[in-house]
Design a protein around this ligand. Sequence first.
Ligand code: TK8
Length: 339
Amino acid sequence: MTSFKPSFKRLATAVAIGLLAAGAANAQFQDRTFRMSNGVGKDHPMGHGTAKMNACTLEKSGGKMKVQGYWDFQLGNDLQGLQATRSGTVDMVNTSTAPVAGVVPELGVFDLPFLFNSEKEADQLLDGKVGDWFNAKMPAAGLINLAWWENGFRHMTNSKRPVNRLEDFSGIKMRVMQNKIYIDTFNTLGTNAVPLAFSEVYSALETKTVDAQENPFLNIQNMKFYEVQKYLTLTKHSYSPNMLLFSKKVWDGLSTQEQAVLKECAAQGRDVQRKINREQSDASVAFFKSQGMQVNEIPAAEMTRIRERTKVIYEQAAKTIGTEPTNLVFNELKRIRGN
Ligand code: TK8
């Protein structure tokens, strides 16, 4: 029986073919760094998600594709970052959906007060066919949503008084995102809603230009709003998703392999960012108390009054959002909740 002795020549040929194949595979990847604009700081869970995404793109592209996060508005605030992404001068922006609703009105459905009850149902809706429906709306605005990351459930802070009932909102100057539904919601609750870019919030609170703001715990923590806010009320009045929006102008110049790697790695980054966001949020209330904040929940009966008062927003916003996205989201939530 002849024994198989791999000759040196055969081995060398096999290695050469392997290297050629790998080289050909990597040839589909250009050597480049994709810039991501963020409003929060690098130590926010967005930084963890971005690090995971970058490790993934480097690994899948043979070290060719790098994702570089820019933090604390280095590339502009949400609206500037959004515009720069649409024009292709920035590759991607990681932003709450609220400022994007001015460009894609259907996204306004996610600004409706008390829409989501849990992160679990938000994940199911956003990562499923309804999330894909919204993703399909983005290319017309010059944007590709690589994945739905998490801003999170929003709570209110202020420097004037504890908010324990509906009447306590009255007269408070409340910073809100630059988004009509948030403006209307907090005016309906009795505050004087003041739309400001996220980059201006700390100084507006510090100088008492505004008394209050509302954000997820990790934003309050990362931006150190607790330094200039005495009261935290656990309103949990909305869940805001983030979108990792990529420039369609840049996207259209990428190979299908590069596009696939960006989507896959954005999803891996999303999973890490959501996980850390939730883990760290669990420790936030204790941290805020340790920083001298007075934290309160609103009694259930008062929460009912507040929810009732904001129901009018659903009717007011319906025309701007549109019937199709509203029904899609409401029906999907009914399905997820089994009712
Ligand atoms: C960060 C903002 C932030 C949002 C806000 O860039 O503006 O209050 O919650 O996450 O998008």
